[in-house]
Design a protein around this ligand. Sequence first.
Ligand code: 4GX
Length: 256
Amino acid sequence: MRIDVITLFPDFVRSCAAVGVVGRAQERELLSVTAWNPRDFATDSYRTVDGRTCGGGPGMVMLIAPTREAIVAARKAGSGSKSRTIYLSPQGSRLTQAKVAELAREDHLILLCGRYEGVDERLIAAEVDEEISIGDYVLSGGELGAAVLIDAIGRLQDGALNDAASAEQDSFSDGLLDCPHYARPMVDELGAVPDVLQSGNHAMIRRWRLKQSLGRTWLRRPDLLARRELGSQARTLLEEFRREWLAARAGDKPEA
Ligand code: 4GX
């Protein structure tokens, strides 16, 4: 997969994409991230990339011409494959793991990062296929959003994770939060690893993990459970978790 990023801070995007799982995916040629700077496409001697907002008021807007030339260059660089152009902005639809999985199947993405008050609306109308927001807060530019997308998409490329099963076990891949994880020592001054994980009974371990996932989702993200139909085993496990959790909470209360 090819990802081109249109940004006034190409070094930041390159360095984000150079580390960890995504950096390794690039080394394995599963993914290639290229950053393009509109400033390199500006034609005046000041290499201007922004202008005052029309109608007055504070703030600057990224100019059509140099930004568009950068997009055109990125499209040409991905010769042949049709590309999908995404603008990172708080006005976009909220990013989900389902959207990440969908984008991970594309051959060529172009990510447009706005600075200042954003990009001229006419460029968005003409060149952007879709607006995505990484969350309901305001960043100073789209680069962190692009980095989030590259990371989440990059790790889903076939061969990027050393253990392919780990992608399937992620939080959200099945709409539930992840279960707790432990490593040796089995007993530490901070406590012991739950007995079931030491039992070697893999059916029991699977059952315990699903129960923990359901319980944590119920406690921390009930909105995720509300959107989803639970099977009969899951309902039983969640009921068991709830009963134990309520009993433990009652036991903690001094007046109980
Ligand atoms: N998820 N930002 C874009 C420029 C801008 C300003 C106004 C459109 C209109 C963000 C987010 C985000 C800050 C990126 C403003 N664009 N990006 N930038 N939340 O906050 O993706």
